[in-house]
Ligand binder design. Sequence first.
Ligand code: ASP
Length: 323
Amino acid sequence: MKRILIIHTGGTISMKENKETGEVNTDDNHPLEEISSFLVGTTIIEDEFLFHLPSPHIRPDHMLMLGRFIHEKLVKEKFDGIVITHGTDTLEETAYFLDLFLQTKKPIIVTGAMRSSNEIGSDGLYNLLTAIRVASCDEAQDKGVLVVMNDEIHTARNVTKTSTSNVATFQSPQYGPIGITTKKDVFFHHKTTSHDSYPIQQISKKVALIKAYAGMDGILIDAARTGGIDGMVIEALGQGNLPPETVGAIKETIQAGIPIVLVSRCYQGIVQDTYSYEGGGRQLRDMGVIFANGLTGPKARIKLMVALEMTNNPIELSPMFSY
Ligand code: ASP
């Protein structure tokens, strides 16, 4: 029998709908406390209630606390896998942080729900049971942190919430899920690439995330710089280009010793230094902007926060964003 630890952090998966008002909110009686009765004879389940937070209340320091908690549990006790329940709004950021922070081959699975426990078609209990099955699966080992929702298995690196309300919200644009689940089985159909880990001691750096738009100027970049940030991620246009009116603010930011990481606001693809016009990728690269390989803006921000705990030298930071 496998021994699995479930760590609850909150989110809709632990909420109930008020049938009179239609509001959804946290509930003191955790609706998933009954989960063990569904797994009798197959899995030993233990429960820990670390936080009881909607995921917009989750901060990077909560992520680090969760990462340390998992690390200690794995070092001190013989768990075969860990399942984390989490609100879906920031689930991908916590999953990716854990992917960067943890150094374990044991399955670490993050799951959530789009519908609260007493709503018609509630997906919480189903996703939790599926996540436990994946966490108990030998094939799920050494794949980094995985996100299991709606019968699909995604890597923390590639998954993102794509719909505000659909239960099929979690997708991995361009790459797809690495596996699927059925009522009886867990199937993996893609191998994962190796990934880096950063066992940081604290997460204290301020990193701004700014999205580019047609006609953008330097106002937001200047405001972030003068507001006392340690790093900046810009979701650039297309292959990694910005309007020319931003160039002055970018130069000043880099000269101030604040690293800038570039991703694309496109749904798919990788930024490249293709265009040499004013504000084009070639010019940005020459100015010292760091290009991130295929991460979304929120994930590049998590990675920069983690990386800045080790260095703020762009020459050392740049290779960390190349995979
Ligand atoms: N707003 C909720 C949260 O992230 C959504 C959810 O859990 O699905 O906490």
